[in-house]
Design a protein around this ligand. Structure first.
Ligand SMILES: O=C1O[C@H](COP(=O)(O)O)[C@@H](O)[C@H](O)[C@H]1O
Length: 239
């Protein structure tokens, strides 16, 4: 097996990765009283996890009435073929999410305006406009890994990956297809959680994982949650 980033757990396949993530999510939700904030990753990898959460095995074990769902990034504009992280979650969770508990990134205006509006949503959720080191923004942050080492929409070499103050940024130029403008949470927002869980499956993730393990400075490798940063990988990704 290739060298892997620290915090890596290798599981047999993508289903096992989704199951392990679902179990961690349920544990986080049950361990806390009151509302629970979960930041979802984008891309296609979380599909299996969403299906499991909404399916018979996990659905009834989740305190849906206390869960609030946020997004780490979104594709902005009117190109449906570019995908929508919000639509993916909505389609999977259906009527399980109470009204007002899904907090999508707006996509109906210019990227900067969408970023500002989402920052306001996060400030309202948090109840302050500065992050307190003793009080996280989210209870769990799910993240993906792009083949270029991006996470959320923080791409290598693009300014969003350097942002250390704002919680949300506009990303006018994506570093990887689909080349549509994005909005992304920044490292300070994504790190304001006791647990960040990366999910990476399939052989396409092997190269960026090897680069991260070799110590290359890529956006995904910069994420340091306040408690644990873990990587759930399948054997195809782990190599
Ligand atoms: O572009 C994106 O890709 C990464 C990874 O996506 P996947 O389809 O390989 O799962 C994802 O984390 C990010 O949110 C998304 O915008």
């Amino acid at each position: 097996m290739s060298a892997l980033p620290s915090g890596a757990h290798v599981l047999p396949d993508a289903d096992a990765v989704a199951r392990a993530a679902a179990e961690r999510l349920v544990a986080v939700a049950r361990a806390k009283q009151g509302r629970v904030g979960i930041c979802l990753s984008g891309g296609s990898t979380p599909k299996l996890l969403y299906r499991l959460l909404a399916g018979p095995e996990f659905r009834d074990g989740l305190p849906w009435a206390r869960l609030h769902w946020f997004f780490g990034d979104e594709r902005v504009g009117d190109r449906p073929e570019a995908g929508s992280n919000r639509r993916l979650a909505e389609a999977a969770f259906g009527g399980l999410v109470p009204e007002g508990h899904l907090h999508p990134i707006p996509t109906d205006r210019a990227p900067q305006a969408c970023a500002e509006a989402y920052a306001e949503t996060l400030r309202a959720w948090y109840g302050a406009d500065r992050l307190d080191p003793d009080r996280p923004l989210f209870d769990l942050v799910l993240l993906g890994l792009g083949e270029d080492g991006h996470t959320a929409s923080l791409f290598p070499g693009k300014p969003g990956a350097q942002e250390r103050v704002a919680w949300v940024v506009a990303v006018p130029e994506a570093g990887l297809a689909p080349f549509v403008p994005r909005v992304s949470l920044t490292l300070p927002a994504l790190e304001a959680t006791p647990l960040a869980l990366f999910l990476a499956t399939g052989s396409g993730k092997r190269a960026p994982l090897a680069r991260l393990a070799a110590g290359e400075d890529l956006p995904a490798g910069r994420v340091r949650a306040r408690g644990e940063t873990a990587w759930l990988l399948d054997t195809a990704a782990a190599g």
